[in-house]
Design a protein around this ligand. Structure first.
Ligand code: CA
Length: 247
């Protein structure tokens, strides 16, 4: 008789680092293993605006998704939380001249036993490591990645493009936003990575996969990912959040 093992619980760890070139850290993250909510945001805008936008988004997601009634699907509440975070950043930006134009990316994992969803806006990424293979789940909302997907640009051109920083969707810059939603079935042993582009601009997927294969404690792997991105230049803020499905 074959008995499949169910995911019994999740464990998580995260690290965020300023990097080597930026004066401040505009990334933010939050998670609650108990509520199955994990979020990474990468803010943008002048001066302190990026920090305000990314922490507003994380705070709003965590506030709404750790106090919800469980009668609605987690993913539906998460989409509502994204809309609410978008509205609060947009309003705040409109009401304050030095915050005008601020915005943030968002990538989130929602996990309920065997079911999971990834939600994203912008170019922060969600990956899954399954059977020692790393797979990018989310699709970047960036000008160059969209050109690559349309076959109009190759990867090398994308890396060299002067437009590589242009993102095509962000939280807080418009009155409404539509996130992409990816549904997943999780198995014990699956490892999820949420990260800002400060990690993925410095490290190729092959290097990230190699580091995750070391199978160290999650906090140690977060520290190694950040250290590797800094060793590669640390041009931007670096944030990574790892979540493992345990048997
Ligand atoms: Ca960034």
């Amino acid at each position: 008789m074959f008995l499949s093992t169910a995911v019994a619980h999740y464990t998580a760890a995260a690290a965020s680092d300023c990097g080597r070139k930026r004066p401040s850290n505009e990334d933010a993250f939050g998670f609650s293993v108990e509520h199955g909510v994990y979020v990474v945001c990468d803010g943008m805008g002048g001066a302190a605006a990026g920090e305000v936008a990314s922490s507003l988004a994380v705070d709003e997601m965590m506030r709404l998704l750790t106090s919800r009634d469980a009668d609605r699907a987690l993913v539906d509440d998460a989409e509502a939380a994204v809309a609410s975070a978008n509205a609060s950043i947009f309003m705040r930006a409109r009401n304050s001249r030095n915050l005008s134009g601020m915005g943030t990316t968002l990538v989130s994992l929602l996990a309920e036993e065997r079911r999971g969803w990834m939600i994203n806006v912008g170019d922060s990424r969600g990956y899954r490591m399954c059977n020692s293979r790393l797979e990018q789940i989310t699709l970047d909302h960036s000008l160059v990645e969209e050109q690559v997907r349309l076959g109009r640009m190759d990867r090398l051109e994308a890396q060299r493009s002067p437009f590589k920083n242009v993102i095509t969707r962000a939280l807080g810059t418009q009155s409404s936003v539509t996130p992409d939603v990816f549904e997943l079935e999780t198995e014990p042993g699956d490892l999820f990575l949420l990260c800002s582009d400060g990690l993925t601009r410095e490290l190729s997927d092959a290097v990230i996969e190699w580091l995750l294969k070391l199978d160290l404690p999650l906090q140690e792997m977060c520290a190694r990912l950040v250290a590797a991105a800094n060793d590669a230049g640390g041009h931007d803020n670096i944030t990574c959040l790892l979540v493992r499905a345990e048997a």
